[in-house]
Ligand binder design. Sequence first.
Ligand SMILES: Cc1ncc(COP(=O)(O)O)c(C=O)c1O
Length: 432
Amino acid sequence: MKDFKFNIDYVREQFPCLCKTVNGNAAAFLDGPGGTQVPVRVVNKINDYLYYRNANAHGAYKTSQESDKIYWEAREVFADFLNCSPEEVVFGENTSTNNFKLALGLVRTMKAGDEVLVTDLDHEGNRSPWRTLQDFGIVVKSAKVHPETCTLDFEDFKSKLSNKTKVVAVNWASNACGTITDVKKCIDEAHKYGALTVVDAVHYAPHKWIDVKEINTDFLLCSAYKFFGPHIGILYVKKEIGEKVKSIRVMANDNTDMPFKFETGTPAMELAAGAAEAVEFIADIGRKHEEFFTEGLRGLSGRRRYIVAGMMAIDAYEEPMAKRLRTELSKIEGLKIYGPPEGHPRTSTVSFTLDGVNANEIAKFLGEKGIFVWDGDFYAIEIVNNVLKLEEQGGLLRIGLAPYNTEEEITRTIEAVKDFCKIQEKLSLATN
Ligand SMILES: Cc1ncc(COP(=O)(O)O)c(C=O)c1O
């Protein structure tokens, strides 16, 4: 790769929120894993739909036809985002809801005693929908995590698969600590037993490019509000699987057409249009940085090529900043970074604890300085509270990067955490 330089000015000027200040400090939005900021063009797209094209689907008049066209075009954009066909792109409220609907559809052809395998690394959005199936007599198992590295225990995962396993739901990247799991390996293993596979790509999608064909999953979920879009979820359904399985929706038994059979009622077409515009924004980042990735982009063309280039650029920009964060923060006494060892695939999300301090106290301290980070379990309840046992100390402090963050913000964050520690030290000296 020739010397990479990220066009940060182009990216930042898309986001009006970046002018916000707190106590005289510029706001640093380091809360991407909770939801990214939204560029003007996405808001304009949603407004344009609502101002000029708002109508229900499949009508005999102009705005309804425009709506149908916009909605289908949004599927085409996501088909390029995921590397699938538009018939395989389903829109729904959010990932958790899409997953509940999927689970309640699939259970219609399962029987008591059938099994589902989830993992301890997953967000509840990819555990609760499947755990709900216990009420239908389905046995739900959960694959363990290595607590020291926050990585999936693959041997345990394999040992819990059998001919009874009907669905395997696995996380691609952990929103708690950034661990990337080799989902292809999990999918291949699950398919040996004829199980259907569901990949939660909610935290993966904002950081890495996705190719559903390469991993060969049957279903995949992501949420546009994690990558510059509005609050809408996207479900990929492999066509030949989608045509066979049962779904829930109005008149579900009569509705067998993909992708409509997975969409319960009138869709949020304005949000689908906005989500697609967010992907177009990623593609524009790609257009501006394509020259750095010619090798990795070989064989790709059209919008897909630019989307992949955009994600490569975002990753190449975020990763060194995340590494600096991990390196500098881990020098602080009593601070422990969670996640896999250096070299293991991970996202740019950095999570830590500080001995004897509740994570919420650090988050509040940073918030006062205009540094927006999250604390707690982030609904990755099993790993944070039960495996790492961090509930009492307020879970993890999570710093999540997005491509509008800057080196300067990272420096400020490191200094602010150090300042927090100095104050804590003084306080403890004063009380001893
Ligand atoms: C990894 C992961 N999975 C699932 C979800 C749930 O997504 P949604 O809020 O769209 O239901 C989240 C949300 O933070 C997440 O980070």
